[in-house]
Design a protein. Structure first.
Length: 443
């Protein structure tokens, strides 16, 4: 078991804060509209994903957190299960995926929030001169909050989880009123259409249910992690499944599936509900809540992923500076500043020679595999440490998600370019990690 300097890390997260932290990490309003656009059969897909992926995640994370409540979470689990190289690779890929994920999360948030203010504001979501400064400001704010410690950094995550859930509660309230007064806009046929598009969409649904693995990375900063992490995982599991199923159903009650835009679906729902019930404030309210929710999700990924280079530094797989804590705030400040610099560079580099949408898609394509591979490692660790069936089922779903993520989307201009970008990018990430590992192993 690695030494993680537990006495120097301040414990800040209690059970209720941990639950909201999990909600902020897992649930995302950006998944609701594209899933609802595929039709009412997507409700069955959400339910299947909950039973086959989210529940096994809760079982495995609960078990591993009770066995190894160390700072580092998935790195510690995989290292004990499969050895040093696999533990390093799991942490490396997860850290890289988080760095790639942060800009995509911010760009999606800016785009969705701008659409809430109507057509005149929507054009700014595709304007890099507007979107890039806003995303950089939000990125800097989230990193500064985490730099001074979870004493401050936990609150954006806690508030983000609460506000994101409030969006679905509002959606459900207005869709319930609409169904009662006008009837449902969609006939609910819960058997998914047997199309390749729906099968290809499975990887995104699985990705939308990842996040339970984040909180255990902060094991040294959680009060009684061996007890509270498993309890929070189960509460969050049920709440997240309810969020996705209820939110998707609410959109389908308000609008038929062919009218739901994968990008502006929430804005459409707010506009329709506002017109029907005189709630003209709803779209602006959604914009504010979405913005807070995205900042909260951003903060959860920064808080957890920056602890991975810290634990790797303690095990001497990263430069010694990464293992240092700030003398005043007791945070892994070098790791936080390094991730801030990398995320900023990627956000800017992805826009060079590309439109905002194309730059966003480049990073999204690379996130899926680098996120799901560490999840497969986690499920494999669960199989070795007392959860064989849950680990096998979750690992199977994660593997299927990786395979399906290699299938080019229908609007891909070049199949070979898409595969080169996704597979080549993944190979480069693994090769870079292997070079770092071999260098430190020889040292």
């Amino acid at each position: 078991m690695i030494e993680t300097q537990p006495a120097l890390l301040r414990r800040e997260l209690r059970l209720w804060q941990l639950v909201l932290f999990n909600l902020s990490a897992i649930i995302g309003v950006r998944w609701l509209a594209p899933v609802a656009h595929t039709g009412p059969g997507s409700l069955t897909l959400w339910l299947l994903a909950s039973l086959a992926f989210l529940v096994p995640s809760a079982l495995v994370v609960s078990s591993l957190s009770a066995h190894f409540p160390d700072e580092g979470g998935l790195y510690v689990w995989t290292k004990h299960a499969f050895g040093d190289w696999h533990g390093f690779l799991c942490a490396w890929l997860y850290f890289v995926s988080s760095v790639l994920f942060l800009p995509t999360l911010l760009l999606a948030g800016v785009s969705m929030a701008s659409y809430m203010f109507g057509p005149s504001a929507a054009r700014y979501s595709e304007n890099s001169e507007f979107a890039i400064p806003i995303t950089l400001a939000a990125l800097a704010l989230a990193f500064v909050a985490n730099l001074v410690g979870l004493r401050v950094g936990k609150w954006p995550a806690v508030l983000g989880g609460a506000t994101t859930y409030l969006i679905v509660l509002l959606l459900c309230a207005f869709s319930g009123l609409a169904a009662w007064r006008f009837g449902s806009a969609t006939h609910f046929q819960l058997v998914p259409d047997a199309t390749w598009g729906n099968l290809n969409f499975w990887s995104q649904i699985a990705l939308g249910m990842t996040g339970l693995e984040l909180a255990p990375i902060l094991g040294g900063e959680i009060f009684n992690p061996a007890r509270n992490v498993p309890r929070a995982a189960w509460i969050s599991c049920i709440a997240c499944a309810a969020f996705y199923i209820a939110g998707t159903a609410a959109l389908l009650v308000l609008m038929p599936q062919d009218r739901i835009s994968a990008i502006t679906g929430l804005a459409q729902a707010g506009e329709i509900a506002g017109q029907r019930f005189g709630a003209t404030w709803l779209s602006a309210c959604f914009a504010v809540l979405i913005t807070i929710g995205f900042i909260g999700q951003l903060s959860t990924y920064i808080a957890a992923s920056t602890r991975l280079p810290f634990t790797l530094g303690i095990d001497h797989y990263m430069p010694p500076a990464f293992a240092k804590l700030h003398p005043r705030w007791h945070t892994p400040h070098i790791s936080i500043l390094a991730q801030a610099a990398l995320a900023t560079v990627l956000l800017l580099a992805a826009q060079l020679g590309e439109t905002l949408r194309a730059g966003y898609q480049i990073m999204v394509d690379m996130v899926v595999i680098s996120t799901l591979v560490p999840l497969i490692y986690i499920f494999g660790s669960g199989m070795k440490f007392g959860r064989p069936w849950a680990g096998a089922l979750g690992g199977l779903i994660g593997t299927l998600g990786v395979i399906l993520s290699l299938v080019p989307p229908g609007d891909a201009t070049s199949v070979w370019r898409f595969e080169l970008k996704v597979i080549g990018g993944t190979i480069l990430m693994v090769a870079a990690g292997h070079a770092v590992f071999r260098r430190t192993a020889r040292a």
